[in-house]
Design a protein. Sequence first.
Lengths: 490, 117
Amino acid sequence: MYSKIKSAVVVGLKGSVIEIETQISRGMPYHVIVGLPSQVIRESKDRVKSALKESGIRFPDDRITQNMFPAHIKKEGAHLDLPIAMGIMCCMMEPHVDLKEIGFIGELSLEGRIRPVTGVLSLIEGFVEDGIHQIVMPIQNLHEVSGMKNIEVFAYDDLNALLKAVEYGQMEALSVEDAIVDQPVLHKMDFNEVIGQNQAIRAIEISAVGNHNLLLVGPPGCGKTMIAERLRTVLPPLSNEKHLESAKVYSLLGERATAHERPFHAPHHSITRASMIGGTNALIPGIVTRAHNGVLFLDEILEFKNEVLQSLREPISNKSVLLTRNHQSVEFPCDFQLIATMNPCPCGNHMAKDLDCTCNDFEIKRYLNKLSGAILDRFDMLVFMDRVELRDVTEKNRSYNSNLISERISKALEFKRHLETQGTEVEMDGETNANLMRYYNSGKLSMRGHSKLFEIARSIALLEGMETINRKCLSEAIAYQGFHRLKHNL
Amino acid sequence: MNKRKIGNQGEQLAQNHLIANGFVIETQNHYTPYGEIDLIGLKDGTLYFVEVKFRRTATFGTAREAVTQKKKQSMKASAAHYLKTMTKRYVPFKISYLGVTATESHIEFDFIENIFE
């Protein structure tokens, strides 16, 4: 008795189809799974046995040999329970559906229920690439595939029901469009809670248009964290394509991606390198990949371990991270916007207008040297924040609110798309370009800094709805280049 | 009826079944230091060391499941001991299993020639 069932496994973020061959022959009870199965799959033997028995099926008292093809890919994940069980069942009965055309994924509980699994989106992508468009999956994973095209989904939560449907050829496809779509999240925060600090809010707005990395520097209590946290209230929603990319990451981690909201991650500074970049033996994506298409917020960046900060270098510039463990390499995307806050010195009052700094030059220098030049160069914008002026405090000067800012940002992005469809690019006028060259000549910019400065000026122009970058845009962009000031006079 | 009597009844049924299938029974309940061999039969020049399992119902697990890894190992050792002490030259042999399920209406035999295959 022989059967062949198709399933898939995830390597990195990519799904690839595998075949499970089952052969049952007369002999003493024995169940072996070959073809590089992981520990989880070896354990699945017992789950499958119990699930089949609980579904009212006589588990064969024979020699069962199962092989997973191709043998060189490591098979990981509890989602292979269901295909393993189906392999055994299809050996014993005459299925009335074409098994070659169907991919199976699902974890089994001992009582025969089909449990939700992780990485559904990557698995389905693997199926579709291989030409399998009919997928049997757990009903609880259905919400993840909402809006996916050219697939036919059969969702079950009970093994018995599935077996009957397969035996009598009565599988009914569920409409993917009907799956519940998450409601947009309502934020409790708003920019109108911020008093003063208009320059920093303006900088946040610009950074959101062009995904610029932003460093907020200022004394304790001036509102750095407050402003940075409110960035998530104005971020533009994700496009369908990008949402799918992020959802794949979250699906792999077994978490639910929230609607089309951009991810926003603020890890504590005790985070390790492996959890930041990703890794461990199973090659799990780290925070940088979770923040893909969103924001990575490092509060008090100087408190992070140096090795963690240094390991951010390539992810920031490459927008992807290549992890290698045990002869296996996977590439995870990590196109995030980095927002960080820090104090300018140990006491925090260095460079503040009317606060006295108690640190000496050496202390300040040592403190700032924790942030290497390479990391500093990867910040496109730096904003010095000071204590809020008395005038602003007494007048409760709240000049911004989140709705206003998010409208402006969406308008700027729409304008950008509009220009792109027309095939025109935002350009710098001649005089401004000469100014930029002069600034470059002063030695304050790296080549990266030069192109970033141009991009910031472009974001400002987009916000203003202009097709050319004028002097005003450039000088505002240069105002966010305060890096040399940090270590000035030390 | 005690356990031994039930066992004997099963072994009697098993023995008849084997004889009907062309086996010559050499020994019954042969004791070795490693355990007991229920039946030793000869067919076509091959010795069969047969472990007999008798069941009246499958409620408490099937008969096949009752042959554990430990039992398999002891059967191997017993068979080796038998070959060493009772035969003078090499005889091809197999370690077999015969399940007998006897319900009120019918008797079912389940013979597996080689349990190590």
